[in-house]
Design a protein around this ligand. Structure first.
Ligand SMILES: Nc1ncnc2c1ncn2[C@@H]1O[C@H](COP(=O)(O)OP(=O)(O)OP(=O)(O)O)[C@@H](O)[C@H]1O
Ligand SMILES: [Mg+2]
Length: 241
């Protein structure tokens, strides 16, 4: 049984922060003491108080956790690039051991930790080290967040099969609507096709949610809708309390 769940995606902008926040919130409602982590945040905004990490901000806001920002997001960069590129561009280094130490400390404070990745599983963290290597080192299962529309069959199968072939435990796939567009044939048929082709549970389909915006730290009705549309009970069975 794991203490944490890693939220990865088929790409950047697919809804990892939304799913991480929704899941954290849903688990809290089930009585879990949940911590959050976004180990590396690029594209931070400069403020008078230092670098503001938007995803971290959203996750802190929705869970109301009080942990030190250096534990939740040990690495914050201004350049909106892959972590290794942002770090090199800003003349800094990323030490994966620091990320693991932060994660381990958070697991001592909380029942479970929801960790959000950056982009997808093959995004480089530092030099040759990729996010899939971090997932292996943390030894926690993943949830894959995927788009609903055209192109998602290929992206989702690539992510799922590569993760599976590398011994990563996959809890399942969450399809997420990042826009209001009405479903076409692709959106309606993709989940079943993907389920058939990779035999991984589909945990649910998250609709477009009004008044939800991670950048503006607005969560709309995410907590309720997540609990209603996603199989939280099944996800819970992967966590030890
Ligand atoms: N179900 C949804 N309803 C409404 N808006 C959504 C939904 N899912 C995502 N969005 C919006 O789409 C954008 C991308 O979502 P999000 O930030 O969760 O993606 P991400 O995968 O975490 O991106 P990144 O790779 O930058 O971390 C955000 O503006 C978010 O508010
Ligand atoms: Mg995000």
């Amino acid at each position: 049984m794991a203490k944490g769940i890693f939220i990865t995606g088929t790409d950047t902008g697919v809804g990892k922060t939304v799913v991480a926040g929704g899941l954290a919130c849903a688990l809290m409602r089930e009585g879990f003491d949940v911590g959050v982590m976004k180990p590396v945040q690029t594209g931070c905004l400069e403020t008078a108080d230092g670098l503001l990490a938007p995803d971290t901000n959203f996750l802190i806001n929705i869970t109301d956790v009080r942990d030190n920002i250096d534990l939740i997001t040990p690495y914050r960069f201004k350049e909106p690039l892959a972590p290794s590129v942002s770090a090199e561009t800003e003349g800094r280094e990323i030490d994966i051991e620091r990320i693991i130490t932060s994660y381990n400390l958070l697991t001592k404070i909380h029942d479970s930790i929801i960790v959000e990745g950056v982009g997808g599983i093959l995004v480089p963290i530092w030099k040759d080290l990729l996010f899939i290597d971090l997932i292996k080192k943390l030894s926690i299962p993943i949830i894959i967040v995927a788009r609903t529309g055209l192109g998602t069959i290929n992206h989702t199968l690539l992510t799922a099969r590569y993760a599976h072939d590398n011994g990563i435990e996959i809890i399942g796939i969450i399809f997420n609507h990042t826009d209001k567009k009405e479903d076409g044939i692709a959106e309606r048929t993709n989940p079943d096709i993907i389920k058939r082709l990779c035999n991984i549970p589909i945990l649910g389909i998250l609709p477009f949610i009004n008044n939800l915006n991670t950048e503006d730290v607005k969560s709309g009705n995410l907590c309720n809708i997540f609990s209603e549309k996603i199989d939280v009970k099944y996800i819970k069975s992967f966590l030890s309390v």
